[in-house]
Design a binder for this molecule. Structure first.
Ligand SMILES: NC(=O)c1ccc[n+]([C@@H]2O[C@H](COP(=O)([O-])OP(=O)(O)OC[C@H]3O[C@@H](n4cnc5c(N)ncnc54)[C@H](O)[C@@H]3O)[C@@H](O)[C@H]2O)c1
Ligand SMILES: N[C@@H](CCC(=O)O)C(=O)O
Length: 429
């Protein structure tokens, strides 16, 4: 086992599976296959910088509350740290650290010039007013002014955040440094240098990877039965695009539960319903109610977990009936469950490939901003599709050459690129 202790004191993750240990197990697995030097693995199993700040905020009722805000910078060997900021009650420093590490491998796998980072605040955004969320976001980023920047660390949306928070963060950073710096975050609104196509990008990438994998198995998307856990930025967009491509979306869910329709859901109607119901799909008429746990075990062709990590574990893996699993979320399948699924012949499309469309278009947004030249949506989608399909084929080829499953293939490519760069750069001093 590689050392998985983080250089700070931290309470254990509330989930029984520690996400950071899980991330280190994946790294160790890839390192063994690549026969990496133990020193390289030791370096890569620790984040380069871990920052936790206090965020004191005056609530709407006048009360002062203090929140913790994390930013973990895992590696900048290949370029500036890159990764989203999550607002969710289950956020812990260990979770953010694990997600930062995943970003390093994801960017390396896609061949985009970034390292990996992640941020998070353990709050449920639904329980705060817009004004409170704005003050939290602005104070959080103002505490991180010295740690981020367009060539240092570039945040983006993740669970519980969107273009709105990115605009507040970009503005706060710009005001603090004294001039406008659009490149400090990606996933911004179009009005301040965002990219066309970014909002749907992660879902579009999921659709592309599912389509390519089905194609390799001689299956077309038409009529394929798909269940999707999570109906937010990623799950909602994936549902819409897969539905448009002819697939039958039989179930979707939000945090409080899901909905199921044997003959397929009308995704535009579900979207409209969720928009009116604080982004919840619960209670959608003409569909049956279903729990988030039962959604995962529905008989379907493709299962897309698009919410939290550790959803498919040793406990429920034997009940999973889908033949394809596309990890739209980060880390939804544990290593043990992954091995059981692979042994059963289930195709697991790993997160660092399947959900990379978001960071790819973040990269395209950053490139457009730096060159002061903005593209139409068709061009953005085309460039993203090219990078995603290219990465998909590289993973397939790697899996074939090494005779390993797709997750290990994706990891050997991602980890291998970072390890090579680390070796070439050498260790200072
Ligand atoms: N936003 C991006 O660009 C992006 C890119 C790559 C990967 N991801 C990953 O995709 C996942 C979803 O992110 P998002 O941006 O769509 O977030 P989001 O906040 O827009 O949506 C999250 C969805 O999950 C649901 N949810 C929350 N808690 C849940 C629970 N306990 N069980 C089931 N569902 C629950 C929410 O109701 C919502 O429908 C995360 O793992 C994130 O890291 C996001
Ligand atoms: N949060 C997203 C997007 C990151 C980005 O665009 O920087 C992810 O996990 O990939």
């Amino acid at each position: 086992m590689v050392a998985t202790s983080l250089p700070f004191v931290e309470t254990q993750s509330p989930a029984h599976i520690c996400p950071y240990d899980q991330a280190c197990n994946y790294l160790e697995w890839a390192a063994k296959e690549l026969k990496l030097d133990a020193g390289i693995v030791e370096i890569l199993s620790h984040p380069r910088k871990v920052v936790t700040v206090s965020i004191p905020i005056k609530m709407d009722n006048g009360e002062v509350r203090v929140f913790a805000g994390h930013r973990v910078q895992h590696s900048d060997i290949l370029g500036p740290y890159k990764g989203g900021i999550r607002y969710h009650p289950a956020v812990t420093l260990r979770e953010v650290s694990a997600l930062a590490m995943l970003m390093t491998w994801k960017c390396a796998l896609l061949g985009i010039p970034y390292g990996g980072g992640k941020g998070g605040i353990p709050i449920d955004p639904k329980k705060f007013s817009v004004g409170e969320l704005e003050r939290i976001s602005r104070r959080y980023i103002s505490e991180l002014i010295k740690d981020i920047g367009p060539s240092v660390d570039i945040p983006a949306p993740d669970m519980g955040t969107s273009a709105r928070e990115m605009a507040w963060m970009m503005d706060t950073y710009s005001v603090n440094v004294g001039h406008s710096v659009p490149g400090v975050v990606t996933g911004k609104p179009l009005s301040i240098g965002g990219s066309l196509g970014r909002e749907m990008a992660t879902g579009r990438g999921v659709m592309i990877i599912v389509r390519e994998s089905l194609k390799d198995h001689g299956i077309s998307l038409t009529g394929v039965r798909i269940a999707i856990q999570g109906f937010g930025n990623v799950g909602g967009a994936a549902a819409e695009l897969l539905h448009q491509a002819g697939a039958k979306i039989i179930a979707v869910s939000s945090g409080a539960g899901g909905i199921f329709a044997e003959d397929g859901l009308d995704i535009s109607a579900v979207k409209a319903y969720a928009a009116q119901n604080r982004r919840s799909v619960v209670g959608f008429p003409t569909a049956k109610a279903i729990s988030n746990a039962d959604l995962l075990t529905l008989p379907c062709d493709v299962l897309i977990p698009a919410a939290l990590e550790n959803q498919i574990t040793e406990e429920n893996v034997h009940e999973i009936k889908a033949q394809f699993i596309a990890e739209a979320a980060n880390g939804p399948v544990t290593l043990e469950a992954n091995q059981v699924l692979e042994a059963r012949g289930v195709t697991v499309l790993p997160d660092i490939l399947a959900n990379a469309g978001g960071v790819v278009v973040s990269y395209l947004e950053w490139v457009q901003g730096l060159s002061y030249l903005f593209w139409d949506e068709e061009r953005v989608n085309k460039e993203m599709e090219y990078l995603m399909v290219q990465a998909y084929h590289k993973v397939m080829e790697e899996a074939k050459t090494r005779r390993v499953n797709l997750r290990l293939a994706a990891y050997t490519l991602g980890v291998g690129r970072v390890a090579q760069a680390l070796t070439d750069r050498g260790l200072y001093p």
